[in-house]
Design a protein around this ligand. Structure first.
Ligand SMILES: [Zn+2]
Length: 468
């Protein structure tokens, strides 16, 4: 549907001509001089098969000097990200030339040499390269249709963040308390004062760090570590050798409905906190712009939002852990958030705008993200059914197709077999059955002793099926 309305893509300029444009018009240094070797890959090493990457976040309290240095680092990352974005946009709009990650890294070398942006030298260059890496990932999401075109980062609007790869920090484990230790960032002389709320696995070395400052002015360091996580024993249906499936219908009435009828309700935290938020917002508006009290009020609001975010994430964490423990095959619908947000431009905009809020609030993306990695950790299979599968309209009892239904219809009766369906439970049952059909389709074609893949995606089924 989307494709028919889009204009045909203009042809890209390639080869010698593109190289000339990059050199002369865009000022990107010569490939031969600044080799792509300057780029540090994000996943520079291959991980062992039974280990998994896991993030742990800790709060830390910087000294005044560290806070100042980090402030400069955040600013430089934002500047480099925006310059990279401008360069890539300009290259395409004016010259029809594609500029990639390696070329933005070459441009970075030039920016550091230029007098007006020589201050970039005060910041670790691997950190700046990671900012360009993030930009490249944002482009990747855009090209895949998972996100909108990358936007400029604004001071005070975007979260302050900087990523340090292995060469960008020093880690010394505490022999007295393993799994904790001293982390010293590049261009800093003293280790960070970290509150170790838990320990990393003993003997581990963080693969990557990101340092963030949230809108409430709190500093966090996220460590990415490799962990050995043992797969759980497989779960079978009672008295059989069939894997135990569960269908999950993600919706607006409840966040998730399972095929057995149990539900996880939407985190209505924003509603519960709405009153408090409204009071804080009134307070904010009373304060004079630029005053200290206004800044204080703004921080209180930011802290409330952080709290809501944390509680919601914890709630989803518990739910997905339980689901993954109790089931072998988890079936969900392929819900593209981008598609749903795009639909808000059409008729009934106001109603849909509220719908979008609810979607964002429910954090579908977070749910899927958690299911994906937990299925990988614990040896489960996640089946993602195609978005166009009529999970709501199909009668799960006789498989005949029911009427088109508005979001407000909660229950319906099948005209063919007379069974009364709860809207969401019926959808969950349909998803479970369709998911298992796909599961067996893949499983039946597997060579002996080969495990079923972690993710089976209906839209990429050909890639899941092993080639003969
Ligand atoms: Zn029926």
């Amino acid at each position: 549907m989307r494709d028919s309305t889009e204009k045909p893509k203009p042809q890209a300029v390639n080869g010698e001509e593109a190289e000339r444009i990059k050199r002369d018009a865009l000022g990107i240094g010569d490939r031969r001089k600044h080799h792509t070797r300057t780029a540090t890959p994000l996943r520079g090493h291959t991980k062992a098969t039974d280990t998994h990457h896991r993030l742990h976040r800790f709060r830390f309290y910087p000294t005044e000097e560290q806070a100042e240095q980090l402030g400069r680092t955040f600013g430089a990352c934002r500047w480099v990200y925006n310059e990279g974005l401008a360069l890539r946009s300009r290259a395409w709009e004016q010259h029809r030339v594609n500029v990639g990650f390696a070329e933005t890294c070459r441009a970075l070398t030039g920016w550091k040499r230029a007098e007006e942006s020589a201050w970039l030298k005060e910041v670790s260059s691997t950190v700046l390269q990671q900012a360009l890496r993030h930009l490249d990932q944002a482009y990747g999401r855009f090209f895949r249709g998972d996100a909108k075109y990358p936007k400029r980062k604004k001071k005070g609007r975007s979260r302050d963040t900087a990523t340090y790869v292995r060469t960008g920090f020093k880690w010394v484990e505490d022999p007295e308390r393993q799994g904790t230790g001293l982390i010293t960032l590049a261009k800093q002389s003293r280790p960070l004062d970290i509150r170790w709320s838990r320990s990393l696995p003993a003997g581990t070395v963080p693969v990557r760090l990101s340092v963030t400052r949230d809108r409430a002015g709190r500093y966090f360091v996220s460590t990415l570590v490799e962990e050995r996580i043992a797969a759980l024993p497989p779960v079978f249906m009672p008295g059989s050798a069939e894997p135990k499936p569960v269908g999950l219908d993600v919706g607006l009435a409840s966040l998730v409905t399972l095929d057995d009828g149990s539900k996880l309700d939407h985190p209505r935290l924003l509603k519960r906190y709405a009153e408090k938020l409204a009071r804080l917002q009134r307070e904010l508006h009373r304060r004079v712009k630029g005053s200290r009290n206004r800044e204080k009020a703004r921080q209180k609001i930011a802290r409330l939002y952080s709290l809501i975010h944390d509680v919601r994430k914890d709630m989803l964490d518990q739910f997905t852990t339980r689901l993954v423990r109790e089931n072998q095959v988890l079936v969900v619908e392929d819900l593209s958030i981008v598609t749903l947000l795009r639909a808000a431009r059409g008729k009934g905009r106001r109603r849909k705008a509220r719908l979008n809020e609810a979607i964002a609030d429910a954090a579908w993306g977070e749910l899927l993200r958690q299911l994906r990695y937990k299925c990988e950790w614990y040896g489960r299979t996640l089946v993602i059914v195609d978005r166009f599968f009529p999970s709501t309209r199909r009668c799960s009892a006789c498989h005949s197709k029911g009427p088109q239904m508005d979001v407000s219809v909660r229950a319906w009766t099948c005209a063919e077999c007379g069974v009364v369906h709860g809207r969401d439970v019926n959808a969950a049952v349909n998803l479970r059955d369709e998911g298992m059909r796909l599961y067996w389709l893949v499983a039946a074609r597997l060579p002996p002793a080969k495990k079923v893949p972690t993710v089976i995606k209906a839209s990429e089924l050909e890639e899941c099926l092993p080639t003969a």
